[in-house]
Design a protein around this ligand. Structure first.
Ligand code: PLP
Length: 440
């Protein structure tokens, strides 16, 4: 906890914090962004990211075997990149001035988990499973199809996996762990949606519910999992493996941009807008994109006005040593994927030098854009995942483009849609109608 005097000092140094505390939607441009990446001493490297991609490739035969929906992509899990001409037109009719092309990175369409957690969450479990199999010497001839076999399932059933989650991370870890045979327990925060808990229980996952928020669920999960020598905890508040799993998304996006003949260079800036919870998924993607495009990519994070965990950590300089509750914010938002009060320590120390900025958004705006995207493009996203759609407009409100001398006519904007495909029909309609209510 921080004293009133300490909070007042934070505000003195960063007056924007006053607006953050007042729950205003703000845009913050990062003064600590480094333009000489090679001078940064990160604990992971581009080679680590390439090694993570290689692990995904090794496991493709497993996915092909265990999840038939991945057969059309040869066991590779990837999402489409889709241009949004109608949504762009609508936004521009409503005072946006989006120049250049406007795309959606459709991670809501990632197979199996229907969210960006299929990148980080799956990766961390696969990484652990591979390590166990190699150590036990059961992986013959590098045939990864064996991970789908009854023998392997029996082997992994001796091991346990635990994770704390607001919903989607639990879904992804639960589904992949159960498929491999692990005993898996998901510690869910109070804001996790009931249908997510039901779905997990149906898949044989043990779900433990908490009345508190995400940090409390993590704390309890970490404690109980670590007390068990045969158990492994996926720690969203401090995980290098999650981060690396997410970073592979950047390599895949780069290939898709190439296929679309989209240039990224000094004359063709790339903007990426990512919804942010603990900062792991947007941080991993930003790290990867920076390795590929350096200063030509401009990464912005988005948080709900009621859960600005990463912004609070960066503005005060305290990173994961401060929570939004410490400055009097309630961490209550309908965007359950972003309902996080404290940022990841691993991700935030990296992002603090990489991102161009961060803006906050009100829940009502998330629902509004959810309905508008349905109406214009017939794409359904969960509320968290719509947060980036307003990115170009929010950045244009600042002098970022002018100060960095960017040719916005040639810009490519990518809105990272982080989830939605598993949301049941009934909930979709409720969300959609809430958006209509905001609009009318
Ligand atoms: C988890 C999640 C995010 C944010 O990812 P973090 O790693 O927590 O920052 C964004 N959107 C959705 C839908 C998510 O599930």
């Amino acid at each position: 906890m921080y004293s009133a005097k300490e909070i007042a000092d934070f505000i003195d140094k960063e007056p924007l914090l006053q607006d953050v505390i007042a729950l205003k939607s703000v845009v913050w441009i990062n003064p600590n962004r480094k333009t000489k990446l090679e001078t940064l001493d990160f604990s992971i490297t581009k080679e680590d990211m390439l090694a993570a991609e290689a692990l995904w490739n090794r496991f493709a035969p497993f996915f092909y075997e265990a999840f038939p929906e991945t057969q059309k992509s040869d066991g590779i899990l990837e999402s489409p990149l889709k241009e949004l001409p109608n949504m762009k037109r609508l936004l521009n009719e409503n005072n946006s001035k989006i120049d250049g092309r406007f795309f959606l990175k459709c991670d809501n369409k990632l197979p199996i988990a229907g969210s960006i957690k299929a990148r980080g969450g799956f990766y961390e479990v696969l990484h652990y499973a591979e390590k166990l199999a190699l150590k036990a010497g059961i992986l013959k001839d590098s045939d990864y199809r064996a991970f789908a076999s009854p023998e392997f399932k029996k082997f992994f059933n001796n091991y346990k996996i635990g994770v704390g989650s607001t919903g989607n991370l639990g879904l992804s870890i639960g589904i992949i762990s159960a498929a491999l045979g692990f005993q898996v327990t998901v510690y869910m925060s109070a804001d996790a949606k009931p249908w997510k808990k039901d779905l997990l229980r149906k898949k044989g996952v043990k779900v433990i519910e908490f009345s508190g928020d995400f940090s409390e669920a993590i704390l309890a999960g970490r404690k109980q999992t670590k007390a068990d020598a045969m158990a492994y905890f996926v720690d969203d508040e401090n995980s290098k493996e999650l981060f690396l799993g997410y970073s592979v998304g950047a390599l895949r996006l780069a290939k898709q941009l190439e296929l679309e003949n989209i240039q990224v260079d000094a004359q063709h800036p790339l903007f990426v807008y990512s919804p942010c919870g603990v900062g792991g998924s947007p941080g991993g993607v930003a790290f990867g994109l920076k390795q590929i495009y350096g200063n030509h990519v401009h990464c912005f994070f988005v948080e709900p006005t009621h859960s600005p965990a990463v912004l609070t950590g960066l503005l005060t300089g305290k990173k994961s040593r401060i929570s939004v509750q410490d400055i009097g914010i309630d961490n209550k938002t309908e965007a359950d994927g972003l309902a996080v009060g404290r940022p990841s320590s691993f991700a935030t120390s990296m992002s603090s030098h990489l991102i161009s900025g961060l803006y906050t958004i009100e829940d009502s705006k998330l629902f509004q854009m959810l309905s508008q995207l349905m109406d214009t493009e017939q794409i359904f996203l969960e509320p968290s995942a719509t947060a980036g759609l307003i990115g170009p407009q929010r950045v244009l409100e600042t002098n970022y483009a002018v100060r960095n001398n960017l040719n916005m006519k040639n810009a490519t904007h990518i809105v990272w849609a982080t989830g939605g495909d598993l949301v049941p029909e009934k909930e979709r309609l409720v969300y959609y109608n809430r958006g209509l209510a905001v609009l009318n």
